[in-house]
Design a protein around this ligand. Sequence first.
Ligand code: ADP
Ligand code: MG
Length: 249
Amino acid sequence: MSMVSVDQVSFTFPVSGLKIMDSVSFTAEKGEFVSLMGPSGCGKSTLLRIIAGLIRPTAGKVMYLNRQIYGPTLGMSFVFQDFALLPWLTNLENIKLGLSLTTLTDEEKNEKAMELIDRFGLTGFEEYYPNALSGGMKQRVGIARAIASEPQVLLMDEPFSALDELTANTMRSDIMFMLQSKDISVNSVIMVTHNVEEAVELSDKIIILSGKPAHVKDARAVALKRPRNKRGREFIEIVDEVYATIAKE
Ligand code: ADP
Ligand code: MG
């Protein structure tokens, strides 16, 4: 059984009638890290929102563990490019927001959020507001909030693209380390990225979408063992192939 199955999803904007997606299908299997790539404006963010149940597709369906998605589910969480933290809430309170759909008591939410503060290296910053944090730390809060409800699927929309390259690199390693740890609920990730090296570093599978209306132009496995050597010959070959596929008409 696939964790997520995107089945012939099409999307047309209701008012303008603009069709941006045409019969997109792919799956994310248990244990798989899937990257979605494609030209700017082709509908990647819209597709991720459709998967999250935030937008309804015009045609086709999304299945989460064999059940059709009609709205947001606790099993899938979203990480945003711009972090989407609420500036008037402390970092702890922002993380607790990720628990708002659960039945935990406030005390249990606090306890859980403090565990995540610790796990994400934010100790000492729990009572600060997001504005006091660097970009990397803000995204740690964003990821902690997403993980809090113990989702099985993590949906990330260009999660590292607002960070400087050094910070992004650290975050990528941290995320891989976190995903490999036994006590983590997440067992599939679908990430939108425009960064080919990032996709090859992190993914088991890369889905390349065409320009509007987007369809799946190529789906390729990345079988390199981890951790991946970005200077290795095989790594560079795959990066070149992915670039070529994206550029190809
Ligand atoms: P991506 O994440 O791949 O860059 P998006 O999913 O954000 O693409 O957007 C897909 C396309 O839909 C873009 O070309 C954008 O201009 C267009 N778009 C976004 N919102 C609307 C809307 N309300 N009506 C019509 N077109 C829209
Ligand atoms: Mg986008």
